[in-house]
Design a protein around this ligand. Structure first.
Ligand code: 5GP
Ligand code: MN
Length: 326
């Protein structure tokens, strides 16, 4: 198990406090849900109060996991908490939950560029998932790895590694996943819940979006697009697009994907994915967003044709090793 001054500080801060609010980023994914709930179960095992507050609900495939129905959805944290534990967020605004800055903030994250916004900050970009860091905290707290904690740590790792697919995987990733299985987690059941419990609207929406996919002139970048009208016609929702962005990367020649999702009018959520050394995190950063080398996002406004050209040019730069901010 990893021990560090940061973990020791987190353990000390938790021991002397009783009431905790936990939060993570808006539009939570498997790592944010898994990290928060693993931590919440560990705090409860110590006899502490732990409330998870998120700006948005968990995506439908995650609703079956223990503790997810108790997550509170709110724009503001107002309770009398002794500390806020924030996981998976580069800055406090990423939570979409107001009022957290009023508490003693413990910041646990693995995203490059974390702004050290807490009173205690533990940031480790070498972790494949924030869930790896939570696993270390749970161990350092002396809390046994219950099946509920292990399930959420495993969920975090499974989803943030893209089913053990991405470049940030280390021997520790498998050691922790192995400990979770030894604690009783059923990897088949978890995978079925996460990947094989979708609705028909989602499949139709995937079909519609992939039919309209474009490829850049070099043949290396896939451009996918979704607006509200396409979603309505297919009978799916924006939440149903979770995971869609990874599909173009299954084509050998495709090295990066950019996905534009209309928010309203000419405002778009942009998600990017890449293979190997291609740094789409740097591209997202030039548009005020962020993320990891192989998975990043931002929000932009403008005419869609011009935006697509701009992103393709930046991603081509990234593929060819030119800096994103040139
Ligand atoms: P997604 O494409 O799934 O929304 O995000 C991929 C990754 O990029 C996630 O790790 C997420 O935390 C990060 N990310 C996405 N959008 C933003 C953003 O607007 N700002 C920052 N800082 N990171 C983002
Ligand atoms: Mn993560």
């Amino acid at each position: 198990m990893t021990t560090s001054p940061e973990i020791a500080a987190i353990v000390d801060a938790i021991r002397v406090r009783q009431r905790f609010v936990l939060s993570s980023h808006a539009r939570p994914d498997g790592d944010s849900i898994g990290s928060q709930l693993a931590m919440a179960y560990a705090l409860k095992a110590l006899g502490k109060e732990a409330v998870v507050i998120n700006a948005d609900p968990a995506p439908p495939p995650l609703l079956a996991f223990p503790g997810v129905p108790e997550i509170r959805i709110a724009a503001e944290a107002t309770g009398p908490y002794d500390a806020a534990i924030i996981m998976e967020c580069g800055n406090l605004a990423r939570t979409g939950v107001g009022g957290l800055e009023r508490y003693f903030v413990i910041n646990i994250d693995h995203h490059p560029g974390n702004t050290n916004f807490g009173q205690i900050n533990w940031f480790d970009a070498s972790a494949s998932a924030c869930g790896e860091l939570v696993y270390d905290v749970v161990g350092a707290l002396g809390v046994p790895l219950s099946i509920d904690i292990a399930t959420h740590v495993y969920l975090a790792i499974l989803t943030d590694t893209g089913s053990f697919h991405y470049s940030n995987i280390t021997p520790r990733t498998f050691a922790i996943a192995g400990a979770c299985i030894a604690a009783g987690v059923d990897p088949v059941a978890v995978a079925r819940n996460v990947y094989d419990s979708n609705n028909m609207g989602r499949l139709k929406l995937f079909g519609a979006v992939l039919s309209a996919m474009q490829i850049d002139q070099t043949g290396r970048i896939a451009i996918v697009y979704l607006d509200h009208e396409m979603a309505r016609e297919a009978g799916g929702t924006y939440e149903d697009t979770e995971g869609l962005i990874n599909l173009p990367l299954t084509v050998k020649e495709i090295e990066a994907v950019v996905f534009f999702k209309q928010i309203e009018g000419e405002q778009y959520r942009v998600s990017m994915r890449s293979k190997g050394d291609i740094d789409v995190g740097g591209v997202a950063k030039t548009f005020g967003g962020g993320g990891h080398k192989n998975a990043a996002g931002c929000t932009v406004s403008g005419a869609i044709d011009a935006l697509q050209k701009l992103f393709i040019a930046k991603i081509e730069d990234a593929i060819d090793g030119r800096p994103a901010d040139r």
